[in-house]
Design a protein around this ligand. Structure first.
Ligand code: GLA
Length: 363
């Protein structure tokens, strides 16, 4: 769990921004809710020096990256950086191709705890080779660094990423929309709305587990392009998918509704459940769906999902979630923070348009 600069700030990153985000995270309840990593995405780097060492933008980061990492650490948080497996990053900054070991050592010296590693300008490079090389370089530093593979799912990293990275993107980029599908200008990949990304997770659940997670991309909660019920659905699904929860909004100035979504500790508890199982879609009837995640204590987190334009009832049967029909189970609403009593055989609820009811069902 953490925060990443890209979705809201794109290339507009600076040490002032990162410090103020770390201040906010440490004091606004996010750190208490479990958010930890503060990650600078693309555009912190400008060139290489004569020795080939990566050089940070000295106008935007006048105190240097080490001082910034120290600052983030002083708040009890962790610090992350971004690079790319190609010659250049997606925004045309120097990439790490041919400099992997040198860059990894530099990140470790600066005290980085996390590296997001992108896939632009990689030409004919083999993804498994490229990510293995940086993985080895990070390991060789002796400093623990979470390795976030951002390959967009093209080479199916879920098939080979375990043991190389800790998380891997399964798709192209999320956009702050309910639905949308676009190709990038150069044709290499793509952009999706939230539910399009969700649909692309179906079938990948068995590849994730503790230390090796599917990453459906960072959160758009709070960036303004979706409604509050839609953002609640977005956050519920990312929690149920055991996805990395990387906030991508301006956490320094959130509305109370947005903060309530991002810091719902009951929903976060589902995401962080120690069994580490990714949830999955167990029923689809047109625009109504049921998703379920098995939890360590034998209970289930269940999402009743309504894609329709109007409110309607959605039902989960115990059979859908692998329970015998005669079982009596307690149902708790994780957004209303309310126990709904015991049910036998099934549970149903009214679900608003483009939204969810998320419950925990415990025998
Ligand atoms: C790619 C990645 C994004 C972001 C940008 C930065 O599009 O998939 O998450 O890192 O590059 O340029």
């Amino acid at each position: 769990m953490g925060w990443n600069s890209w979705n809201k700030f794109a290339c507009n990153v600076s040490e002032d921004l990162i410090k103020s985000v770390a201040d906010a995270m440490a004091s606004n309840g996010m750190k208490d809710a479990g958010y930890q990593y503060v990650v600078i995405d693309d555009c912190w780097q400008v060139s290489r020096d004569d020795g080939g060492n990566i050089v940070a933008d000295s106008q935007r980061f006048p105190s240097g990256i080490k001082a910034l990492a120290d600052y983030v650490h002083s708040k009890g948080l962790k610090f992350g950086l971004y690079s790319d497996a190609g010659s250049k990053t997606c925004q045309g900054r120097p990439g790490s191709q041919g400099h992997e070991f040198q860059d990894a050592l530099q990140y470790a010296r600066w005290g980085a705890d996390y590296l997001k590693y992108d896939w632009c300008n990689t030409e004919t490079r083999n993804a498994q080779e490229a990510y293995s090389t940086m993985s080895r370089a990070l390991l060789d530093t002796g400093h623990p660094i979470v390795f976030s593979m951002c390959e967009w799912g093209t080479a199916k990293p879920w098939l080979w990423g375990k043991g190389i990275g800790n998380l891997w993107r399964t798709t192209g980029d999320i956009s702050d929309k309910w639905t949308s599908k676009k190709k990038w200008a150069d044709g290499t990949c793509c952009e999706y709305g939230m539910v399009d990304i969700l649909d692309l997770q179906v079938g990948l659940e068995s590849f994730a587990g503790p230390g090796h997670w599917n990453d459906p991309d960072m959160l758009e909660v709070g960036n303004g392009g979706m409604t509050i019920p839609e953002y609640r659905a977005h956050f519920s699904f990312w929690a149920l998918l055991a996805a990395p929860l990387m906030a991508g909004n301006d956490i320094r100035s959130m509305s109370p509704e947005i903060k309530e979504i991002l810091t719902n500790t009951e929903v976060i508890g589902i995401n962080q459940d120690r069994l580490g199982r990714e949830g999955r879609r167990v029923k689809k009837e047109g625009e109504l769906e049921v998703w379920s995640k098995s939890l360590a204590d034998g209970s289930r987190a269940v999402i009743l999902f309504n894609r329709q334009a109007s409110e309607t009832e959605v039902k989960v049967t115990w059979e859908d979630i692998g329970y015998p029909a005669h079982l009596s189970a307690r149902v708790r609403d994780l957004w209303a923070h309310r126990d709904l009593g015991a049910s036998t055989g099934s549970f149903s609820a009214r679900v608003a348009s483009h939204s969810v009811v998320m419950v925990k069902i415990a025998p």
